[in-house]
Design a protein around this ligand. Sequence first.
Ligand code: ATP
Ligand code: PRP
Ligand code: NIO
Length: 493
Amino acid sequence: MTISQRYQLSLTLLTDMYQLTMAQGYWKKGLAEQEAVFHLYFRKNPFKGGYTVCAGLADALDLLQNFKFTEGDLTYLKALTGSQGQPLFEEGFLQHLRDLTFTCDVDAIPEGTVVFPNEPLLRIKGPILQCQLLETPLLTILNFQTLVATKAARVVEAAQGDPVLEFGMRRAQGPDGALSAARAAFIGGVAATSNVLAGQLFNIPVKGTHAHSWVMSFEEEQESFAAYAEVFPHDSVFLVDTYHTLEGIQKAIEVAREMRKNGAELKGIRLDSGDLAYLSIEGRRMLDEAGFSQVAILASNDLDEYLIESLKLQGAKIDTWGIGTKLVTAYDQPALGGVYKLAALRQPNGEWEYKVKLSEQLAKISTPGILQVRRFSKEGALVGDMIYSEPLGISPAVTMVHPNDPTQRKNFTQECVHEDLLVPVFKAGEQVYTSPDLRAIQQRTKEQLQLLHGTYRRFLNPHLYKVGLEEQLHEKKLALIVQLRTTAQTKGA
Ligand SMILES: Nc1ncnc2c1ncn2[C@@H]1O[C@H](COP(=O)(O)OP(=O)(O)OP(=O)(O)O)[C@@H](O)[C@H]1O
Ligand SMILES: O=P(O)(O)OC[C@H]1O[C@H](OP(=O)(O)OP(=O)(O)O)[C@H](O)[C@@H]1O
Ligand SMILES: O=C(O)c1cccnc1
């Protein structure tokens, strides 16, 4: 199910106010139809990591597909007033919005692809008024889902093949935060979610155990386990830490014995506090000695990739990981920081004028052009990504320049194979791409991460994957920066 179906309302007003005031400005100045190119990209991998997993495209496409101002939207806009009490939006502009249909070309990197800083995840080309209105919704969708998919991929990597369950809804950033996070976490590789609505909407597996309240609602802990087993003889995972974990495990074993007599097997126990390494090792020993080696140990309690890594190093005997807060809120970095920048404007003579946004820091200066990302691989491993501008092409030397240090260059040799990452998703307003189902996207994430050497995937000081600007693009960008700075100086003098 897509985002517009989820809300069953028009999402066209899901934008910042200033996009609409600028839109009226473009319309009033006769610039609404001027063709523009914008790119959506981020500047730093999240979590001090070496890679990012892009996600959210299906929801973004749905938003574009349904980009239409309804009468309700227009009535609302008509009632908005400025500081003098005057209507903010003119009738003619509202009529322009009423008649608006989406006509842009959009190219995007498929979900589940491993991406890196400065690479456009999405490129939109079309009338500037349309591109402008879409900035904020595209950012809110792609920033969050990309962030959570990346966090999930890291957690899944730390779990080394053990299943990871997403338990975060109760501490997510509201209902949509929980749903979007469940979707993105699945793309990142989690096996299931506890969020039942996410299961229904996205057709992903749902799983769960039981809460402390279940145990507390009975006089005796053992009685609570036995009762649960009666209701779910083949699907019981007992939470054993309500009172005293090791005693709780002993009681779980007693109930498991009774279950076995009745032809049922206990599925697992869950640890949710205390020293998870010690308790899982002890728990495993107790279960094995009692003849219950099939009973899995699930652990939860404020876990993330670092704690999982540490628990593994400590020899913890945990089979399944329940991860909530730290995953769905991307706790250690709550925003990706993706941006959306104007990169070219069509001039009346038909030529593209390249645009850059200046900054004191070279790293923050946007890249002009109509950009594409060429990814080079050798022997099944990624070796570097080159950002190039389609009208400029790629020079025969196939050389890229480090975006922040022009003295560093890299040539791609004949042995490399390459692919261009941005694929057409809309042509002249018509959707030309169908999103794969979520399982296929999850599989893509898995395959993509395997193409990335472990040195880029480790959590501590990962290697920096090489992303550069094609040399002609680099020269063009440099010339534009010099030109803009010279003009600014002349004006200032
Ligand atoms: N062996 C371990 N090594 C490192 N961290 C651990 C280990 N075992 C548990 N932790 C983590 O330590 C943190 C604190 O756990 P602990 O159970 O002591 O406190 P708590 O969450 O306040 O417990 P409670 O739910 O009983 O109040 C949790 O994030 C938990 O995942
Ligand atoms: O720790 P997280 O990674 O966020 O995982 C989700 C947490 O939510 C539940 O606790 P909560 O205390 O809300 O309810 P409970 O009584 O069922 O344990 C569960 O027991 C986990 O500890
Ligand atoms: O099913 C569980 O064990 C669960 C679900 C949500 C949050 N914490 C635990």
